[in-house]
Design a protein around this ligand. Structure first.
Ligand SMILES: C[S@@+](CC[C@H](N)C(=O)[O-])C[C@H]1O[C@@H](n2cnc3c(N)ncnc32)[C@H](O)[C@@H]1O
Length: 196
């Protein structure tokens, strides 16, 4: 029998419910995003792979979890999302972190991350220490689920309602091509020793 795959890394993190991780740290409207990263997971990755003052980049930043956690850890952040309603949400979360005295700052940009080199400031090229992101894996997620007398009601479970370059609406092949384009462009942002 072949040897099992070695486990190289396991993070004991995210041991509290998602809502407890976000309470008071994110604006309440954050629940309207269908697929958020867990804050403790983002914070663990950022503190493991970067130092205070470093620049963290998220090309599909959604509600801004990567940016908020980077700010509270004294890092700088740049995030992109294609949906204006999500970048507005991310900007609100960044503003809340700043109002709470977070030591870092973050910039939120709206646009298609497959063309991210046209969006990010030139000053960021070659300066990013960590690319941290999570792509959509289809049009929606379970969202917020409520059981009613007439059945299950779902809300906030779609990434958007139109085809506008959002990879959530792409088939597997275009999703993979889009994600490959985003990772390839992100590579150009990395500085020496950067992680993605
Ligand atoms: C899984 S969510 C990211 C959630 C985020 N980590 C958070 O904590 O809120 C994926 C995001 O990718 C965005 N997205 C999809 N296609 C995109 C593209 N071509 N360029 C930029 N953002 C895109 C979606 O709008 C969505 O917000």
């Amino acid at each position: 029998m072949a040897d099992p795959m070695p486990v190289t890394s396991m993070w004991l993190t995210c041991q509290q419910p998602a809502r407890d991780q976000r309470r008071g740290r994110y604006v309440p409207q954050t629940s309207s995003h269908p697929g958020k990263m867990l804050p403790h997971l983002a914070a663990h990755a950022i503190s493991s792979y970067t130092a205070p003052g470093d620049l963290v980049f998220d090309p599909m930043c959604g509600s801004g979890t990567t940016l908020v956690e980077a700010m509270h850890l004294g890092r700088q952040g740049i995030g992109i999302d294609i949906e204006p309603r999500f970048t507005a949400l991310a900007a609100a979360n960044v503003a809340l972190a700043a109002s709470q005295g977070a030591a870092g700052a973050a910039q939120v940009l709206t646009g298609d991350a497959t063309r991210l080199l046209e969006l990010v400031p030139a000053s960021a090229v070659g300066r990013v220490s960590l690319v941290l992101t999570s792509p959509p894996y289809g049009r929606g997620t379970h969202g917020l689920v409520q059981t009613t007398s007439t059945g299950v009601r779902k809300r906030n479970h779609h990434y958007g309602d139109r085809e506008n370059g959002n990879l959530a609406y792409a088939g597997w092949s275009r999703l993979l091509d889009g994600f490959a384009a985003i990772l390839a462009a992100s590579y150009h942002l990395l500085g020496p020793g950067g992680t993605w």
